[in-house]
Design a protein around this ligand. Structure first.
Ligand code: DHK
Length: 186
């Protein structure tokens, strides 16, 4: 049963609690959903410049994320698109539905104001991931529109970055950092 007609905003409330209220289920019996989104060309992992992106396929990373998520009590949804608008649609649909977002926006990381704006609009904690260390690569990869709105960014650890991102979100969801006004002066 739904407690509210409209999704409540996530600000100041643990995402797992918001998710539980919005879905009408108790936080105890629904694993929080983590949406893992992948942008353009990541469907070619395994064959695309393996010296940079590794030999694992996106299906391998999907399976590893779902396995790791299940062990951590998270339900992982894993998607990829080569289309900016489709990624924006998926980000918008995450509002009030998912507890966290792992995003490797591929080349859109460096170009997409639309993805930046969608991330701002949904108020879902985001961890940005890149397989490669973008700061050791061409200058055009050094700027990220995602970093500006992400909780944090992981790059340079290959596919393990996705696992690190799930762990970071899991910790955030289960024990959100105290708000500054909750911390008493000593
Ligand atoms: C993936 C891409 O497709 C590039 O466009 C980014 C990122 C880096 C990665 O390392 O995962 O520049």
């Amino acid at each position: 049963m739904r407690l509210f007609q409209r999704p409540i905003p996530a600000m100041g409330i643990a995402p797992a609690v918001t998710h539980a209220i919005n879905t009408g289920m108790s936080a105890a019996d629904t694993p929080p959903i983590i949406l893992v989104l992948n942008g353009p060309n990541l469907n070619m992992l395994g064959t695309r410049q393996p010296e940079i992106y590794g030999y694992e396929t996106l299906a391998d990373i999907d399976a590893a994320c779902k396995r790791h998520g299940a062990n951590a009590g998270l339900s992982v949804e894993f998607r990829q698109s080569n289309h900016e608008g489709e990624l924006v649609d998926w980000i918008q649909q995450a509002r009030g539905r998912v507890a966290g977002l792992v995003l490797n926006a591929g080349a859109y990381t460096h170009t997409s104001v639309a993805i930046h704006d969608a991330l701002l609009a949904v108020e879902v904690p985001v961890v940005e991931v890149h397989l490669s260390n973008i700061h050791q690569r061409e200058p055009f990869r050094h700027h990220s529109y995602v970093s500006k709105v992400a909780k944090g960014m992981i790059c340079g650890f290959g596919s393990h970055g996705y696992i690190l991102a799930l762990d970071a979100l899991s910790r955030l969801i289960k024990a959100p950092p105290a708000l500054p006004q909750d911390i008493e002066e000593a």
